[in-house]
Design a protein around this ligand. Structure first.
Ligand SMILES: Nc1ncnc2c1ncn2[C@@H]1O[C@H](COP(=O)(O)OP(=O)(O)OP(=O)(O)O)[C@@H](O)[C@H]1O
Ligand SMILES: [Mg+2]
Length: 368
């Protein structure tokens, strides 16, 4: 699904915002503080009804305004669609697709998929394993919407097992009551591990290839490292029962896919521990691009890719490689930059260039 236009009112620094996106690459330029990241955030908000920048969504409403509203016009294979999100702090969001109200935009079938690169997303490479697990589970949902529930089902079963451990420790339940739980937990765990392995497999080769284009010195790879080696629920239930003493002592379940890791490697070494800032950044870009390609293959369309201020940290050859990859990939991408010269091939007529300044979109920048 292609995003044609964005309209917003009272979003961050924008009293009014109206932007048309190109079918391929759109470049947003402007000085620091002009509203470039705010514009990407508005696009993300229009696609998901969430902020990609903050958990405190009140922040997106313009200072002094009571509410914000973001409307996206999109073109699907089945025709045009309109998504709208109205938000006043303290009230439920008002979300509608083609005029029909919805509770959660993320569950709508007719919405553009979106993927975002913000500088703080480096946490995905640098941060704790839980960040990568959550990301991997999110990818599962993007590749196979029918499987979004696997993670939730496992998390619920795990929480119940942990609660039962608490009751046993308090003398309120018998130890053997765990055994009945374990087979159910193991069932959800095996499904989750299977999904994670499939999602990693869908991305791994693409990641290596894109990694070579962006960083030709060493090979990039990813590897899913499940905590458990079990292949069936019976094997996993047996592993759990072997560890019951330790779990009862600790007070929680220490074994299972909630301890899995997704390794990102460069030249076979863990980037989290050994990668430079630039190498980690390139790995993150390669991962997002590889996922986008995999999603395009499985879902028939590439997600809208939002890249905030990525060029300033890349050297010349890597800037060229990134633009080449984006244009070859076929979907829509939006890049922000303080300096148009940082985006090679910026003069190409197929690239749409917009300039923002002090909370206003000044319009299209013509080729020099
Ligand atoms: N809720 C809000 N209401 C009004 N203005 C806001 C709000 N939230 C942020 N701003 C303003 O938005 C501006 C920052 O915009 P943004 O982060 O998009 O800049 P940018 O163009 O990405 O800059 P940089 O190049 O430094 O990243 C700041 O001036 C900030 O005060
Ligand atoms: Mg910014």
């Amino acid at each position: 699904m292609q995003v044609l236009a964005l309209r917003a009112r009272d979003f961050r620094g924008y009293p009014q915002l109206e932007v048309e996106l190109g079918p391929g690459l759109t470049v947003i330029s402007g000085p620091n503080g002009a509203g470039k990241t705010n514009l990407l955030e508005a696009l993300y908000f229009g696609c998901t009804a969430r902020s990609c920048r903050t958990a405190n969504e009140r922040e997106v409403v313009r200072f002094g305004a009571a509410a914000t509203r973001v409307v996206l016009a999109a073109q699907g294979a089945d025709g045009p669609h309109q998504l709208s999100v109205g938000f006043a702090p303290g009230e439920p969001k008002r979300i509608a697709v083609d005029g029909a109200p919805l509770d959660r935009l993320l569950e709508a079938a007719n919405r553009p998929l979106v993927s975002v690169f913000l500088p703080d997303r480096l946490e995905l490479i640098k941060g704790a394993p839980g960040v990568r697990r959550a990301h991997l589970d999110h990818l599962v949902g993007a590749l196979w919407p029918g499987r979004v529930g696997t993670r939730r089902a496992y998390a619920q079963a795990l929480a119940q097992r942990n609660a039962l451990i608490g009751r046993i420790r308090a003398g309120l339940s018998a130890r053997h009551s765990l055994l009945a739980w374990d087979i159910q937990l193991a069932d959800h765990a095996i499904a989750l591990m299977g999904d994670r392995a499939s999602a990693t497999a869908a991305v791994a080769e693409r990641y290596a290839r894109i990694g070579t284009e962006l960083d030709s010195d060493e090979e990039l790879s990813i590897a899913y490292r499940p905590r458990s080696r079990a292949r069936t629920r019976e094997e996993l239930a047996a592993e759990l029962s072997e560890r019951i003493d330790g779990d009862l002592e600790r007070g929680f379940t220490a074994h299972g896919p909630h301890r899995d890791e997704l390794l990102t490697l460069r030249g076979g070494r863990d980037l989290r521990a050994f990668g430079s800032q630039g190498q980690q950044r390139i790995a993150l870009l390669a991962l997002l691009l590889a996922e986008r390609e995999a999603i395009a293959t499985h879902r028939g369309a590439a997600p809208l890719l939002l890249l905030d201020d990525v060029m300033s940290e890349l050297d010349g050859p890597r800037r060229h490689a990134l633009v080449r990859l984006l244009r070859a990939s076929g979907g829509q991408a939006v890049i922000t930059t303080t300096d148009l010269d940082h985006v090679p091939e910026g003069e190409d007529p197929e690239v749409r260039r917009l300039e923002v300044s002090a909370g206003r979109v000044l319009g299209e920048v013509l080729a020099a």
